[in-house]
Design a protein around this ligand. Structure first.
Ligand SMILES: Cc1ncc(C[n+]2csc(CCOP(=O)(O)OP(=O)(O)O)c2C)c(N)n1
Ligand SMILES: [Mg+2]
Length: 798
């Protein structure tokens, strides 16, 4: 081959690549335009699209390698298309909310469109090889909510530089992967953004964060969002220089094709090879269709701005560049646009027919069943309108058939001459199918047996040690057993946590696995999520339970929903370790259990009463892969416990209550720190002739899988719940489980009683505690009062 021929071939390749880029940009745009119409005509519920941000994403896709991870937001459709992770069909299946994960693999219809994800797990829930595929962690809607997880995803590469274990080659190729984030300019106003930026600078992780800057956050302009209206300008202090490590920061225009490609390739190299975080500020983005289908931008943008957005539309500018550089003619570009329109139209059509197939099938099943009863009995005729209504829908929904069947069943109730059996069995069968479609995969561990199975603690001696020693020696055993396990948090590293449950662990296992973190709870949680998504087993330590509130948004919005929102496509088996309950003062003795259990369904909530139990929970959780929070009780650190000999091995079952003391008069249900206080109260009550059955819940979620509490009620007919949360918190949760789910109400002689804290935060010092939380005296007297009500003669009022 001559040099000239070689040159021509490479020119051909170059031209093909450029025009392929143009085609993807055009296809993405057509999808956005058609997507908006689908919503405005009522076929889809809501749409948020990537129009005006196509070109930068095409450049980014060139730098994104297999094994890399994305943590971004709803504007990234062009990127997903450029990677081949989404096409016109799947764009529309997601817009319509198709629930079949083969057709809508991002979220099986559970998330709005624009919430991108790839699948890390196969249909059995096992990891696939993440290094062989492009990875996108599943998006969440809260602005900047993608940032904390991004930190963990990037940190995993750094960890994998040092850590390997059997199977770790599925997750990383010696830490060469980059975690790429995207965020809108306005969302950089969130604290989560700044917290993550600082932490990634400190940790020096391979993270590239791109800001898509269109100068707006819905209708609110940059002047209200960002100091100096320029995020890269104000972040200049983060740039690396002779004073220390930091970031590389690049600024590039959203319509400048060659500059975008250069910038993204360069950024990728810096992050990948040097493990230095990079920020790319992409300016001059537009939003030709406004923010979302919920409004129109003509309402808030000036005529000049609207005109500028037209003139600087990145696809228009790309076309101009192609023509100016004689890569192709206007006619060629027009042909590509035409082809893109066709592809989008075909994809849409196909997706619509996939979406409609299920409801149509159900309607075809239901109509004959309804018509069969229409002619029966006296009431059959009254369902005529219901039938007509079901027949009238053009854009069918699954619920239309359900509504018709349920209405029909209500209409013909009591008419003995109508055989409703076929209708009822249809409903039962289909309800099970819909439950699976909409409610499956909240937890990754399905089998109760796997949760309850356990190995008891064994003891070579009954010598007592400080409780923290049990934890420390157990962590030692765990870190030795699981090279993928790591812990990080405030003071977790050098001093081995504030209670020294990790004493000496950093010296033994190194700073990568036992790490101090800055004071930044949300990103500690994010590290936990990102690291776990990449195959590690992080223990994210939140120093005190009261400060979990800083992280609870991320725990609730992200961690707890990962498995559910991807229909089992991703998981994050993060263990959140914290300590709390009864110590001193408003912020070191709170018990916001109601807040926790109500916001993090999808995680286990474990409340061990001592450190032997806590360690047993950690051991158990390491064998499972569902995220969990373990709340160690602060008053437990003051006690001594015997040291098990099978550390790292013995486990405490999850979802099993423990009867601490058997009794016949009252069932007293409690957990955590209160177990100690309840024990002494029960002793005093026994001297008064009252026999209390004391039950330690241990695990709030899942709660009492074997329904053992109700078995106790059969014996005592009396229920008291003791909780240091406020009224209506965890005690209400327990009441609902015991009375409603376990049907405990039928065994009660009288009203159930709850003993809780006062509604205010606990006041400081011993007296503050005594007058804020349930005390020994409160418990004794309230339980005595219960007995007085039962038998005033035997138990005269005090
Ligand atoms: C925590 C939170 N607050 C508010 C919203 C509602 N919301 C969705 S997008 C958005 C604007 C985001 O603007 P920007 O980050 O600039 O991204 P753009 O849409 O412009 O690409 C707002 C306020 C949200 N999703 N989450
Ligand atoms: Mg914006």
């Amino acid at each position: 081959m001559t040099e000239k021929q070689k040159k021509e071939i490479s020119y051909q390749e170059y031209k093909t690549e450029v025009l392929q880029d143009y085609k993807i940009a055009a296809l993405s745009r057509e999808c956005s335009l058609m997507g908006r119409r689908e919503v405005l005509t009522g076929k889809a519920k809501f749409g948020i699209f990537g129009a005006g941000k196509e070109l930068a994403q095409i450049a980014w896709a060139k730098a994104f390698e297999k094994g890399d991870f994305r943590s971004g937001y709803y504007r990234d459709q062009t990127f997903m298309m450029a990677l081949g992770e989404m096409d016109a069909k799947s764009f529309f299946t997601s817009l319509y909310a198709v629930t079949d994960i083969k057709e809508e693999p991002m979220a099986g219809g559970r998330q709005m469109n624009g919430h991108f994800a790839t699948r890390s797990l196969d249909e059995n829930g096992d990891w696939v090889n993440l290094t062989q595929q492009y990875n996108s962690s599943s998006d969440i809607s809260p602005t900047a909510g993608q940032m904390p997880r991004l930190l963990g995803l990037a940190q995993a590469s750094k960890v994998y530089k040092e850590v390997s274990f059997e199977g770790s080659d599925k997750f990383s190729n010696s830490g060469k992967e980059v975690a790429w984030g995207t965020i809108g300019n306005a969302s950089t106003s969130e604290g989560l953004f700044f917290e993550t930026i600082n932490a990634a600078g400190v940790l020096q992780v391979p993270m590239v964060i791109s800001v898509w800057d269109d100068e707006y956050g819905i209708s609110v302009g940059a002047e209200y969002q960002t100091t100096k209206q320029d995020i890269s300008e104000i972040l200049k202090g983060f740039q690396r220089d002779d004073k220390g490590n930091g970031y590389d920061i690049f600024v590039v225009e959203a319509w400048d094709y060659p500059a975008l490609i250069n910038t993204f390739l360069h950024a990728g190299r810096v992050a990948r090879e040097e493990h230095v975080p990079v920020m790319i500020h992409v300016k001059g983005m537009t939003q030709p269709q406004g923010h979302s289908t919920s409004g129109s931008h003509e309402r808030y943008k000036s005529t000049e701005r609207l005109q500028w957005e037209k003139d600087f539309d990145c696809i228009l500018k790309f076309g101009e560049w192609i023509i100016a550089h004689e890569v192709a003619s206007q006619e060629e570009l027009d042909a590509i646009t035409k082809e893109a329109k066709k592809l989008a139209r075909e994809g849409k059509k196909e997706a619509w027919s996939i979406y409609q197939s299920h409801p149509i099938q159900l309607k075809n099943e239901v109509l004959p069943l309804l018509k069969a009863i229409q002619t029966q009995g006296e009431k059959g005729i009254f369902i005529t309108n219901t039938i007509k209504e079901l027949e009238s829908h053009e854009d069918l929904e699954v619920a239309h058939s359900f509504k018709a069947v349920r209405k029909a069943l209500r209409t013909v109730t009591g008419d003995g001459n109508i055989d409703v059996t076929p209708l009822k069995s249809w409903l039962t069968k289909e309800e099970a199918i819909q439950r699976e479609r909409y409610s499956s995969h909240l937890y990754s561990v399905q089998s109760e047996a796997a949760l309850l199975d356990h190995t008891s603690a064994e003891y070579a001696t009954q010598d007592m040690v400080d409780a923290r020693i049990v934890l420390r020696d157990n962590f030692d055993a765990l870190f030795a057993k699981y090279p993928e396990a790591m812990v990080f948090g405030e003071d977790s590293g050098k001093i081995g946590d504030v209670n020294q449950g990790l004493e000496g662990m950093q010296a033994k296992y190194g700073e990568t696995r036992v790490q101090d973190a800055g004071i930044r709870e949300a990103t500690i949680m994010g590290q936990g999520i990102g690291l776990a998504m990449r195959g590690l087993r992080p223990i994210a330590e939140i120093q005190y339970l009261d400060y979990l509130l800083y992280a609870i948004q991320i725990m609730s919005d992200d961690l707890a929903t990962v498995h559910y929102r991807t229909v089992g496509g991703q998981k994050a088996p993060t263990i959140v370790r914290t300590r709390g309950h009864r110590l001193e003062g408003i912020w070191h003795s709170g018990s916001p259990m109601g807040t926790i259990i109500n916001t993090i369904k999808g995680m286990y909530v474990l409340v061990p009463r001592n450190m032997t139990k806590a360690a047993g929970f950690y051991n158990k959780l390491m064998q499972l892969d569902n995220p969990a929070i373990v709340i160690e009780c602060l008053n437990g650190y003051r006690r001594k416990e015997a040291l098990p000999s099978n550390l790292g091995e013995y486990t405490v079952p999850i979802g099993e209550v423990e009867i601490m003391q058997e009794g016949t008069d009252i069932t007293l249900v409690t957990y955590g720190s209160n177990c100690t206080i309840a024990t002494t109260a029960v002793q005093e009550l026994s001297t008064m002739g009252i026999s209390v059955e004391l039950i330690d819940i241990q695990s709030l979620i899942p709660f009492d899988l074997n329904h053992n509490v109700v078995k106790s009620l059969v014996k005592t007919n009396t229920l008291v719940i003791l909780d240091e949360d406020v009224r209506g918190g965890a005690s209400a949760f327990l009441l609902q489980h015991i009375l409603e789910d376990q049907k405990g109400y039928q065994y009660l002689d009288g009203a159930p009683v709850t003993i809780t804290s006062k509604d205010h935060r606990p006041a400081f010092a011993s007296d503050g505690d005594y007058f804020s939380k349930p005390s020994h005296d409160d418990i004794v007297e309230q339980l005595y009062a219960v007995m007085h009500e039962k038998n005033p003669e035997l138990y005269p009022s005090i």
